[in-house]
Write a protein that binds this ligand. Structure first.
Ligand code: DLZ
Length: 170
């Protein structure tokens, strides 16, 4: 389970469905921007590498990770997307702020996906140090943005398989 056992960018590209007809929203937190920009690059390049049209990828920014769920909901309600990828980086500080942000964001993202019958992907690094975040944003443990994009493609394909008529779309 620990990411030191698995490189976040490692996957079998032959097992990934084509993203050619898929539409994605990406929400990026500006907090820890150096990290989140690397996550965005990883996610964006992965979607395009699997056939997504750049015109079908909508990137929006929020001030911090806490705002990711509400922005994802706005995207779901204002754009026709098949999935939303949330990218952020929360680093442990001296206070309990870390715990509140992490659990609020994780719960918010999960609830959004369940309530809207739509994949909403948790691409948020939650680390003790900046170094650990760098290792997972294009460093020695790969890039969580790549993992998030692969998850989004797989989940859209699953959704299309289970609901081919699109009855669950609002
Ligand atoms: C305030 C704050 C702190 C201390 N740390 C982080 C962080 O490590 N990562 C992150 O994405 N955001 C952080 N924020 C900002 C909050 O997510 C949020 O934007 C503000 O509390 C305003 O709601």
């Amino acid at each position: 389970m620990a990411s030191n056992l698995k490189n976040l960018s490692a996957y079998d590209r032959h097992k990934i469905p084509s993203a050619a007809d898929m539409t994605f929203g990406i929400v990026v937190s500006e907090w820890n921007e150096e990290i989140t920009q690397s996550l965005l690059n990883g996610a964006y390049d992965t979607l395009v590498a699997h056939g997504a049209d750049e015109d079908n990828i909508f990137v929006h920014y929020v001030p911090g990770s806490f705002e990711l769920p509400s922005a994802a909901e706005l995207i779901i309600n204002t754009r026709e997307v098949d999935a939303v990828i949330c990218l952020g980086c929360v680093i442990q500080g001296e206070t309990r702020h870390f715990e509140f942000i992490c659990s609020a964001v994780a719960n918010g993202i999960m609830n959004l996906g369940v309530e809207n019958h739509l994949p909403v992907i948790f691409g948020v690094l939650t680390t003790n140090t900046l170094e650990q975040a760098k290792d997972r944003a294009g460093g020695k443990h790969g890039n969580k943005g790549v993992e998030a994009a692969v998850s989004a493609i797989k989940m859209v394909a699953l959704r299309n398989e289970l609901d081919p008529e699109g009855n669950l779309y609002y």
